[in-house]
Design a protein around this ligand. Structure first.
Ligand SMILES: Nc1nc2c(c(=O)[nH]1)N[C@H]1C(S)=C(S)[C@@H](COP(=O)(O)OP(=O)(O)OC[C@H]3O[C@@H](n4cnc5c(=O)[nH]c(N)nc54)[C@H](O)[C@@H]3O)O[C@H]1N2
Ligand SMILES: Nc1nc2c(c(=O)[nH]1)N[C@H]1C(S)=C(S)[C@@H](COP(=O)(O)OP(=O)(O)OC[C@H]3O[C@@H](n4cnc5c(=O)[nH]c(N)nc54)[C@H](O)[C@@H]3O)O[C@H]1N2
Ligand code: SF4
Ligand SMILES: [Mo]
Length: 685
């Protein structure tokens, strides 16, 4: 028996997928209460990183939610499932009657399966709203918008396997050595060892930089001048791929003219990099037979993140680096199912398979399977929905997300969370967001569920249960189906995840033809060809996914970051470390990981530290008009002068007290990577 008096759970190894990053390594239970790798489609030797190895630590953690909670005044008290679900149904129906369906908001989860996200978005639409989104919004929304617009698919153009054939890796705004460790170790490093060159663009020297041939320490927010200047060098040096430009692109002349106006030395200075290094980067990329670009949060998380990615796409088109093995534009996706959450339609503007909600034919096709027509007006995005709390949005369902840590400008977010008439949090733990909830539903974590997830290179893989949920917790799919059954007249009585997947495959053209049996312990990749029985590894070969043979060039101009940096202000950019994951809900509870790095630090350059009498280890205050945090300084030349860095993994120090909520006009992604702050030694009080 366990401490709670519940019978002990049975644990048995079964091939599942790591709950953390978008690499999608195969992991499973190991005797003695650990997680271990199995030979999965991506980690083909069974290799995993420290987070994967610690993934079991949360499964039988004493903090797990084991019963539903409902709010009575100031306290959350235990309740039965019936009472908790009735409370949700009563509140959601009341809000819908009083204010209409668009007063409801559904936050889907990139940490959860395709089946779970599919059911949640279908529920939202059945209730009459497209207000469903997932934290891809905070992540690669801008990348997806730019690539979807120009190329017709918002996903990696290539597969990890073929990318090993590149002559040059151009990595911009990403740190895969720490954030996608198995891609870095098992795909990138082996290629580097046999001669592939690595160019790394990042304001900091990171673990990834240590493997680079060339590092451009760009000023945060100045990637557009850098990329435009690289394109200008490619043109000046005659490195344009004329045949590709002629056959596969439009708008070259006006784009080239726009580059005539670029002064390479001045642009390099503006971007904060050595002009000679910038020229060398352009030549390496332009001269390579195959150059593969990888892009991450340093590019996407700006209030003009979409424009950043447009500038990168220009460079790839100019040099013909799309549609062949070892090339392309490759976003390294965030969570284990952030790609899938978007694929299955947990987004406010698209149905499963990225079919626009405004497309009447798409709505009609979907309604043939669903038995109802989804609403035609796009819904609102995550940060917009949070901001609308108490104004036009009155009830919210938060599934596997922790916005009270991860959304920008926390003072505003936390005030908003107070204003919902009804906030439901469905999670494995009582998170910082759950503290604001009216109802908390205890869900399942990775080892307790079955279903599919779609990784960064579009491989759909299966998770299998290694145990059952603790106490009265239920599987996530059970909870969502039970709720949907009570909130609608529709049949949400799916016998198992497989039957949900079969319906998804019928509704989503990209997944059409995939099956659980077909996936097995391997994977099926989208876009899937039903007749050939296999997916497409390299996109855009003969024609772009948009259906057109050509993709347009686009003139991109630098946009100033939202925060002006004046006086002795420094630029704060935020990000990640290898031992922690996002809001830290899972990793902060792992003793092994916390031993590797127990607290957050502020990276600051020695010159900036000296000017403020800060020494290594000094406790400092970081503040701006939005908020203030205190933490220890790490004085290091690894960060460029004028810039400081901290992670957003902790509730204290809470980095997102400092970040602003200016949103990209197209993708509505916030500016997590550029905030003006003041840094000083903390006084004793
Ligand atoms: N260990 C670990 N792995 C993770 C996660 C985690 O939390 N921990 N999270 C997962 C998720 S959800 C995601 S989205 C991915 C993210 O993976 P990455 O994209 O690698 O994530 P970040 O560390 O946020 O940002 C990458 C780099 O951008 C740099 N940068 C900051 N500002 C700029 C800029 O203006 N321009 C450029 N060029 N670079 C800049 C930062 O210094 C940082 O090194 O990681 C996934 N994997
Ligand atoms: N300052 C700053 N802020 C950022 C970023 C940044 O770089 N800088 N990055 C942004 C990015 S890229 C992202 S993706 C977001 C992430 O933002 P979130 O999605 O809010 O963060 P996570 O920690 O991934 O949220 C995970 C929640 O899901 C729960 N969970 C995990 N697995 C399961 C499951 O199987 N079932 C259920 N029911 N719950 C589960 C966890 O307990 C946790 O509470 O943060 C964003 N915020
Ligand atoms: S690389 Fe990513 S998917 Fe693989 S074990 Fe590490 S965190 Fe998990
Ligand atoms: Mo992310």
């Amino acid at each position: 028996m366990s401490d709670s008096g519940e019978p002990d759970r049975q644990f048995a190894a079964a091939e599942s997928i790591c709950p953390f990053c978008g690499v999608g390594c195969g992991i499973q239970y190991m005797e003695g209460g650990k997680a271990t790798g199995w030979k999965g489609p991506v980690n083909t030797k069974g290799e995993i990183c420290p987070k994967g190895a610690a993934a079991w630590d949360v499964i039988d953690h004493p903090d797990r939610l084991t019963a539903p909670l409902v709010r009575d005044g100031d306290v959350l008290r235990e309740a039965t499932w019936d009472e908790a679900l009735d409370r949700v149904v009563e509140s959601f129906e009341r809000v819908r009657r009083a204010h209409g369906p668009d007063a409801l908001a559904f936050f889907a989860s990139s940490n959860c399966t395709n089946e779970e996200n599919y059911v949640l978005q279908k529920l939202a639409r059945a209730l009459g709203t497209n207000n469903v989104d997932n934290c891809a919004r905070l992540c690669h929304a801008s990348t997806v918008a730019a690539m979807g617009d120009r190329l017709g698919a918002g996903a990696m153009t290539n597969s990890l396997d073929d990318l090993r054939e590149a002559d040059v890796f151009f990595l911009i705004g990403a740190n895969p050595a720490d954030q996608h460790p198995i891609i870095f170790r098992s795909y990138l490093l082996p290629a580097l060892r046999v001669g592939t060159k690595l160019v790394h663009v990042d304001p900091r020297e990171t673990t990834t930089t240590q493997a680079a041939d060339l590092h451009l320490p760009v000023r945060p927010g100045y990637d557009i001048p850098l990329l435009n200047a690289m394109a200008a060098v490619v043109v000046e040096d005659g490195l344009v791929n004329d045949a590709f430009v002629a056959e596969r692109t439009t708008g070259f002349e006006s784009y080239r003219e726009s580059l005539d106006g670029v002064d390479v030395d001045a642009a390099a200075e503006q971007a904060g990099v050595d002009p000679a290094d910038l020229r060398e980067a352009a030549r390496l990329y332009g001269e390579a037979d195959r150059a593969a670009a990888f892009t991450g949060m340093g590019m996407s998380q700006h209030h003009y993140g979409t424009e950043n990615v447009h500038a990168l796409i220009n460079l790839a088109l100019l040099t013909g680096n799309v549609g062949r093995r070892g090339t392309g534009v490759n976003p390294l996706r965030g969570q284990n199912n952030v790609q899938g959450a978007g694929d299955v339609g947990a987004l406010p503007n698209v149905l499963p398979g990225y079919q626009s909600v405004t497309d009447a034919d798409a709505r009609a096709r979907v309604s043939e399977v669903w038995g109802f027509e989804p609403p035609a007006l796009p819904g609102r995005t995550e940060v917009e929905l949070t901001h609308a709390a108490g104004d036009t949005v009155h009830a919210a369902y938060v599934f596997g997300e922790n916005p009270a840590v991860t959304e920008p400008n926390q003072e505003r977010v936390r005030a908003a969370l107070e204003r919902f008439d009804c906030l439901v949090v469905h999670d494995g733990f009582l998170t910082e967001t759950a503290e604001y909830a009216d109802v908390v539903l205890p869900g399942s974590l990775w080892a307790e569920k079955s279903g599919t997830v779609t990784n960064t290179d579009r491989q759909v893989m299966r998770m299998r249960p290694n145990t059952t949920p603790p106490g009265d917790a239920r599987t996530d799919l059970d909870i969502l189906c039970a709720l949907a059954g009570r909130l609608t007249d529709l049949d949400f009585d799916y016998p198992d995840p497989e039957s949900v997947f079969d319906e998804l495959a019928r509704v989503s053209p990209d997944y059409d033809g995939m099956t659980y049996d077909g996936i097995g312990t391997g994977s099926q990749r989208w876009p899937f060809d039903r007749d050939a029985g296999e997916g497409t590894a390299v996109l855009h070969r003969e024609a772009f996914e948009s259906g057109s043979k050509t993709a347009p060039f686009r003139i991109v101009d630098h946009v100033a970051p939202a925060d002006a940096v004046e006086g002795d202000a420094l630029v704060l950019t935020t990000g990640r470390v290898i031992q922690q994951f996002n809001s830290g809900a899972l990793t902060r509870r792992s003793e092994t990981l916390m031993r590797m790095r127990g607290e957050d630090v502020l990276q600051i350059h020695p010159d900036d530290a000296d000017a403020r009498s800060i020494e290594d280890g000094t406790r400092v205050v970081v503040e701006n008009d939005r908020g203030r945090v205190a933490l220890a300084a790490e004085v290091t030349p690894a960060i460029r002068p004028g810039t400081v860095f901290m992670t957003f993994h902790y509730a204290d120090p809470l980095a997102n007290r400092l970040t602003g909520d200016a949103l990209d006009p197209v993708a509505k992604i916030p500016e997590f990577k550029h905030s003006a702050v003041h840094v000083r030694v903390a006084s004793d009080d």
